[in-house]
Design a protein around this ligand. Sequence first.
Ligand SMILES: [Zn+2]
Length: 458
Amino acid sequence: MSPRLAALVLAGSALLPAQAEVRDRVRTLLSAVDAARIEQDVRALVGFGTRHVLSRTDSDTEGTGAARRWLQARFAAIAATTDEGRLQVALQAATVPCLRPGMPRELPIVNVIATLRGTGDPERIYVVSGHYDSRNGRGEDGERAAPGAVDDASGTAAMLEACRVLTAARFPATIVFAAYDAEEQGLLGSAAHAAALADAGATVDGMITCDIVGNTLGMDGARYHRFVRCFSYASGGTDGSGRSLARAVTYAARTHLPDFDVRLILRGDRYGRGGDHRSFFEHGFPAVRFTEPREDFSRQHQDITSRDGRPYGDLPDYADFAYTANVTRVAVATLAELASAPPPPLAVSAALRRDRYDTELVYVPPPGAAACEFVWRETTAADWTNVVDAAAAALVSLGGGRMQATLAGVCLDDVVVGVRAIAADGSRSRVATPPEPDRFDRQRRARTAVTEDDDGQR
Ligand SMILES: [Zn+2]
């Protein structure tokens, strides 16, 4: 096929993706998310008294052992509603080093993990998690009450509800649902899981941790229930894969949940604090954290008490389960989009033409893509502001699987450009951005002078 003909064929297929199909499918999934179910799960987890990693494991009603057996049973009940073997439930047990003062140097941890294997591209994995362990005012206390309703029974219940809803559908990619142990002791459970995935050479294209997603009453007395914060790590700049995942979250929320916002926070986590997504970031996997807009610090990591007439302790009566249901919907919409879509394209390079202000983007469409589309934004904008579909991008095949799109009137010097893949049903991948040229490194490698005119010429 000639390059021109290939371009015409691809441009024509840009008309094929049916946005309505993915919208209808995701709408059905979102309407199945049940706040009452989330409340039941939060109250059940709180009912174990404490889920501290050092709490008892020999009881069926108290402590971390009872909590994880309950989680395993919840996953198994969901698995039982599906065809044989579609949702696999497993425990990941390990003994890991702990650096926290006052704690044993080694801790036994147990993650509870359910895997919904993909039907077309099962090696590509998306992870959604909450941490089921809890703590009170003393981080090493494994005996006294540590209800952890918002931190993080809320996130664990959101993850369970996402599992229940998503398991009713089929996705090309694999979705893993994880209840992590020992987050409060240094992200130990997620570190073990992320390391196991990295050691196995897994392709984790996205990880979402739901952590502290249940309180909507700010310490200032105002209600904050209309959005969730989405934190993302980046190793440099604002276009790492974690940021790309965060922008896939905003895309999914805007497309499928118009009455609920996602606020991008271009920082790895709350100031000076951490969460399980960090374990995935450290292995180079795209990872984000969902957290309520305004945390109430009289709840988290506190003993149940009252001081100056103010109640302390992380109890379920302070949680807003309708809010947690909306955060769950954001996770479900994002996972449904990404696990239905092809993987992100390979963004090879971008260059500004020298005869007019057009940007030429070279990319390799992934297998299974019905089309690709192109996005851009000002360098100072947090999120993509402009979309150019394939039909408007004058596609040319360069051979070797590479394609070139032209973004007319887009001056690359001032903007960031990217490309994402679209499945036949209209679902979108994460956006891939071409690597930013590192002039200093290139100069050092070449050990030759590079003139302004040379730099960036095609
Ligand atoms: Zn937490």
